[in-house]
Design a protein around this ligand. Structure first.
Ligand code: SF4
Length: 212
């Protein structure tokens, strides 16, 4: 099933979506619900065990994710995977996805530089994220960065004010927002990076401590 119709875009609900992660991933390969597919290599859908209890949501696939077709395989993804391991969260407990499933970028010289998706693009892609949550029913959802947090928790949500807190939400028993690992990698100096990394690990340790 392909979502591309104006009707689907207007409704923002896609009742015909199956709630099976494998099928959803296949269906999303043909999505044309916004224009981002045109400059991207492929849809980068979420991945992980269908029994995962923790869903981590980023913003949008990056350059490497776009080329390889898998989420969180670039530098920020490798950093995240290393930190999850460090706090004792096994990858078999984790499902990784993004709020938007196609890479948005602009060319600078030979490089493709990530661009933040617009509200319209995030809205167009939200049915896929909603379907992933419905299919997986994660016990814990972690929003990585403002885009994921505002997609699920509302546009007034501020990660800077509420990072690391467990939030009241109907979408999962435990919901938390923290920074996106790419923000840590972009820290202006070593001290700042070290401090951000320390806080990020503290947030992940709270997740690791939940027994579900
Ligand atoms: S970004 Fe999302 S809504 Fe837009 S074409 Fe890709 S999968 Fe569809």
């Amino acid at each position: 099933m392909v979502i591309r119709s104006k009707k689907a875009r207007q409704s923002r609900e896609l009742p015909l979506l199956s709630y099976n992660l494998k099928k959803l991933s296949e269906e999303a390969q043909n999505c044309r619900n916004c224009d981002l597919w045109q400059n991207a290599t492929q849809t980068v859908f979420g991945e992980g065990s269908p029994n995962a209890c923790i869903m981590l949501i980023g913003e949008v696939p990056g350059d490497q994710e776009d080329l390889q077709g898998h989420p969180f395989v670039g530098p920020a993804g490798k950093f995240l995977r290393a930190k999850l391991e460090e706090v004792g969260i096994e990858m078999k407990r984790v499902y990784l996805t993004n709020a938007v499933k196609h890479f948005k970028w602009e060319r600078r010289g030979k490089r493709r530089i990530h661009k933040k998706p617009s509200v319209g693009e995030i809205t167009a892609c939200k049915p896929w994220l909603n379907a992933e949550i419905t299919a997986l029913k994660p016990k814990i959802i972690v929003c990585l960065g403002a885009t994921a947090a505002q997609t699920l928790l509302g546009r007034s949500f501020r990660v800077t004010q509420h990072r690391g807190e467990f939030l009241e939400s109907t979408i999962a028993p435990y919901v938390m927002a923290t920074v996106h690992p790419s923000a840590i990698l972009r820290a202006p100096d070593e001290d700042s990076r070290h401090e951000q990394e320390r806080q990020f690990l503290a947030d992940l340790k709270k997740i690791a401590a939940i027994r579900v």
